[in-house]
Write a protein that binds this ligand. Structure first.
Ligand SMILES: Cc1cc2nc3c(=O)[nH]c(=O)nc-3n(C[C@H](O)[C@H](O)[C@H](O)COP(=O)(O)OP(=O)(O)OC[C@H]3O[C@@H](n4cnc5c(N)ncnc54)[C@H](O)[C@@H]3O)c2cc1C
Length: 237
C-alpha cells in the first residue's frame, strides 16, 4: 500500500472486495478471537456515485496473518500470470485456486453474514498492510514539506489517512496566510502523525496479535500521548 520500514505487520495481507447486496449494513466489524482474523464491511457508492439503496456496494476488508517468508504468502502474492508481487495483487489477478482454497478453509468457521458476503465477492484484491512515519515534516527552512502519506502512512484500521492529508493542507493554508509558522505546523503534524500511527498499530494488534503485543502497543501509545501532553513530542523540523 505504501512505502514502509519493515514491521511485523508487513506479514499481514488483507483481502478486499465488493459484493452487491440490496440492503447493505452501515458498518459491520467482526473480530474472531480464535483465528485472529478481523473482518470489516461498510456501504460505499458505486462508480456512478449513487447512494440510493439497491445501488450501493458493500466494501469489505479481511485481515489475516501469514508468516513471512512462507509458501502461503508467496502463493497469495503470485498472480494469475505467475508473477510474484512484493505488496499487492490487483483486482482480477488474484489466483482463483488460492482464493477458493482460502475460502474453503476459513468460511465454515466464519459468522454467517460475512461468509455470505465473501462467498459472492467477485475479483478481490490482496495487499500487505504497511506503515511509515517521518519525524520531520519541514526541511530547508520550510521550503520543502511532507504531507499526507509521505509524512505518515497509517495502517488502515482507523480510516483517518485521508483526513490527515486534508488536515495537513488546511494547516499549510494557515501557514501561507501568516496565521502560524511552518515550525509550529511541523510540530503539530508530526505529533499528531505519530499518535495516530501508534493508535492504528494498537488497533491492528487488538485484532490480530496476542495479549503481550497488545499490552506493549498500549503502553507505547499511552507513553507517547503523555509525552505530547508535556510538550515533549517531536520537533518536526
Ligand atoms: C486500498 C486503499 C484503501 C484505502 N482506504 C482508505 C479509507 O477508507 N479511508 C482513508 O482515510 N484512507 C484510505 N486509504 C488511504 C488514502 O488513500 C491515502 O491516505 C491518501 O490517498 C493519501 O493522500 P496523499 O495525497 O498523501 O497520497 P496519494 O493519494 O497517494 O497521492 C500521491 C500522488 O502522487 C503521485 N505521484 C507519485 N509519485 C510521483 C512522482 N514521482 N511524480 C509525480 N507524481 C507522483 C501519485 O500518482 C499520486 O497521485 C486507502 C488506501 C488504499 C491504497
Amino acid at each position: 500500500m505504501q512505502a514502509v520500514p519493515a514491521s511485523t505487520y508487513s506479514k499481514t495481507p488483507t483481502s478486499s472486495g465488493n459484493s452487491t447486496l440490496p440492503t447493505p449494513p452501515r458498518c459491520y466489524l467482526s473480530v474472531d478471537p480464535i483465528t485472529n482474523s478481523p473482518r470489516q464491511s461498510y456501504a460505499i457508492a458505486p462508480d456512478s456515485g449513487s447512494f440510493a439503496p439497491g445501488t450501493r456496494l458493500i466494501n469489505w476488508v479481511w485481515y489475516y496473518n501469514l508468516p513471512d517468508p512462507s509458501t502461503a504468502l508467496t502463493d497469495v502474492l503470485t498472480d494469475t500470470a505467475g508473477r510474484t508481487h512484493s505488496n499487492t495483487v490487483t483486482s482480477g489477478l488474484v489466483r482463483p485456486d488460492v482464493w477458493r482454497k482460502h475460502l474453503a478453509t476459513t468460511l465454515p468457521a466464519m459468522s454467517a453474514p460475512f461468509a455470505a458476503l465473501l462467498s459472492i465477492a467477485q475479483q478481490p484484491f490482496v495487499t500487505k498492510v504497511n506503515d511509515a512515519l517521518s519525524d520531520k515534516a519541514a526541511f530547508h527552512d520550510g521550503k520543502v514539506v511532507l504531507v499526507g502519506d509521505a509524512l505518515a502512512a497509517f495502517r488502515p484500521h482507523l480510516a483517518v489517512a485521508t483526513e490527515q492529508a486534508a488536515r495537513h493542507c488546511l494547516g499549510l493554508a494557515r501557514v501561507w496566510e501568516g496565521e502560524t509558522t511552518v515550525e509550529q505546523w511541523a510540530r503539530e503534524v508530526t505529533g499528531y502523525g505519530k499518535k495516530m500511527w501508534l493508535a492504528s498499530r494498537l488497533l491492528g494488534v487488538f485484532g490480530l496479535g496476542g495479549w503481550g503485543a497488545l499490552l506493549k502497543a498500549l503502553y507505547v501509545y499511552i507513553a507517547f500521548v503523555l509525552k505530547l501532553k508535556l510538550g515533549k513530542g517531536p520537533k518536526g523540523y
